[in-house]
Design a protein around this ligand. Structure first.
Ligand SMILES: *[C@@H]1O[C@H](CO)[C@@H](O)[C@H](O)[C@H]1NC(C)=O
Ligand SMILES: *[C@@H]1O[C@H](CO)[C@@H](O)[C@H](O)[C@H]1NC(C)=O
Ligand SMILES: *[C@@H]1O[C@H](CO)[C@@H](O)[C@H](O)[C@H]1NC(C)=O
Ligand SMILES: *[C@@H]1O[C@H](CO)[C@@H](O)[C@H](O)[C@H]1NC(C)=O
Length: 474
């Protein structure tokens, strides 16, 4: 989901932001990243490493090459029966090779009952799964159950690096409505929404489909067409632009606190009110959750007239940010380390060999967590893994006039020596995301839900031990 600020609101916000909030460093109306941290993340922060991978904004990074080329589409059905069926890597571990993971996670995904739970524990900003591969037109379906409760937003979207976007969103107080939307180039035009009515999205499984072709977008629920948007109806005669999503996009599944008290009023109102960190799901499971059973991606042929014939990656040719700006290339998509960038993909930290990089399998009878990642060494002055924002992926306020609120509860300094944050200090701007900071809360309350409560606790424990060990060796 994305609620982009207007240019003016963003600039104003950046000027008056409090010290412990998330400041946008790059983006429309702000500018580009400097060369020492060249990559502009999806959330508008500058860094190296994971900042230069999925979501990296080519238009606001230091150079056109700063963001790594994006892995091309591959048709596949992703199942989540256990932690290995569709590998999910933490964004603190993924370095851009799509053969190592199907999804990159920020937050805490958990496996149980043959599905993946996207969790949002009290005072966290939830969980996002993003596909490691991009789609340049295709038919994408997700079978899922949403979360519920005021201020709680579940989403299944397609998002490009220049913020073309195709959405399904569910507000936790409107469980009979699937809100659909699309954006072009991140322009905050809120007149493109449309609703599909369906049975309860929290209690019932539904298959939500986005059929995206060069000519149209069709949103269907359980195979029944709910909405069609034709490209031919999006032409802007003044500018000569087709204001239609047309650049390679990642699949993103998420649960986030639209009703965070620090978000803009318009966003909170849209989300159904300020989020409450209590209620039945928090009491029974320790967190809010959405469940995803499977995702199917059917890739369409690259558009006729597309430049290049590479089979490996999508690469930006220019910054017009339209369909002709993308080249089919064979350029690599992976970085040598979390200190590398698209401008210098082979860069490795000095002393890398002395750092411990541990990988632990946690699969217990098909029920395991993915919280096993160990962070590569980082640079103390530059963020290497971008964080979520409690206001949404790249949020402005829905009412457009007041700027956006801050997400989460402030960063941890990015020094990599803290260990109190789920990302273990890799991001200087990371808000409190799902880490063990909430494990106290997760231990209170009853336990009647079928959500995998124990695995959250266990995952936290494992992560804590691991990071403790790594910190000790660094
Ligand atoms: C590219 O950046 C310029 C300058 O910030 C901005 O005016 C333009 O809208 C941006 N386009 C996209 C697609 O981000
Ligand atoms: C869709 O439903 C939401 C929630 O009821 C409402 O706020 C919004 O105005 C609706 N949008 C459209 C286009 O009808
Ligand atoms: C066409 O683009 C201009 C410039 O971005 C914008 O002001 C105008 O609202 C657009 N027209 C339509 C119909 O969207
Ligand atoms: C880009 O969009 C234009 C307008 O719809 C179309 O004529 C052209 O074929 C498209 N090119 C590619 C490479 O998709």
């Amino acid at each position: 989901m994305v609620r982009l600020s207007t240019l003016g609101a963003t600039a104003l916000f950046a000027a008056v932001v409090a010290a412990d909030t998330i400041v946008k460093e790059c983006g429309v109306g702000i500018g580009n990243c400097p060369s020492n941290k060249p990559c502009c993340s999806q959330y508008g922060q500058c860094g190296v490493g994971a900042y230069c991978l999925g979501g990296c904004d080519p238009n606001h990074s230091a150079t056109l090459k700063s963001c790594m080329p994006a892995p091309q589409c591959q048709s596949k059905t992703y199942k989540f029966t256990d932690s290995k069926s569709s590998p999910i890597l933490s964004n603190t571990k993924y370095l851009g090779d799509p053969s190592t993971a199907d999804w990159v996670a920020d937050g805490q995904p958990l496996f149980s009952n043959g599905v993946v739970y996207l969790t949002m524990a009290p005072d966290t900003v939830g969980t996002v799964l993003a596909s490691t591969r991009y789609v340049w037109y295709g038919k994408i379906s997700a079978t899922m159950r949403t979360s519920r409760g005021q201020g709680v937003v579940s989403a299944f979207i397609m998002m490009s690096d220049v913020k073309d976007e195709i959405d399904y969103e569910w507000v936790g107080v409107e469980l009979e409505t699937s809100q659909t939307n699309y954006y072009w180039n991140g322009i905050p035009d809120y007149t493109h929404s449309g609703n599909i009515t369906n049975s309860n999205t929290y209690s019932d499984w539904h298959t939500y489909t986005i059929d995206w072709t060069p000519e149209s977008i069709t949103w269907s629920v359980d195979g029944q067409v709910g909405r069609v948007q034709k490209k031919s109806d999006t032409y802007n005669a003044t500018t000569g632009n087709w204001e239609f999503p047309q650049t390679p996009s990642r699949v993103q599944l998420s649960l986030w606190p639209g009703g965070l008290a620090t978000n803009g009023k318009g966003t909170i109102d849209w989300a159904g009110g300020v989020i409450k960190w209590d209620g039945p799901d928090i009491d029974s499971a320790g967190y809010y959750y959405a469940q995803v059973r499977d995702v199917t991606v059917e890739c369409y042929q690259p558009p006729s007239g597309a430049q290049g014939s590479g089979k490996k990656s999508y690469q930006w040719k220019d910054l017009k940010a339209v369909n002709t700006s993308v080249v089919l290339s064979n350029e690599r998509t992976d970085l040598a380390s979390f200190l590398a960038t698209g401008d210098n993909p082979d860069k490795k930290p000095e002393g890398m060999s002395s750092a411990t990089v541990t990988s632990v399998k946690t699969d217990a009878a098909g029920k395991a967590t993915t919280v096993v990642s160990v962070v590569a060494p980082t640079d103390s002055s530059v963020g290497t893994v971008p964080g979520l924002d409690g206001a949404g992926f790249d949020s402005g306020d829905l009412n457009g006039g007041t700027g956006r609120g801050s997400g989460g509860s402030g960063g941890n300094g990015g020094s990599g020596d803290d260990g109190s944050d789920g990302s273990s200090g890799t991001n200087s701007n990371k808000p409190a995301t799902t880490g063990w900071s909430q494990s106290d809360k997760a231990t209170t309350g009853g336990s009647s839900s079928d959500a995998p409560r124990q695995f959250l606790l266990w995952g936290n424990f494992v992560a804590m031990v691991l990071v403790g060990a790594v910190m000790a060796t660094l």
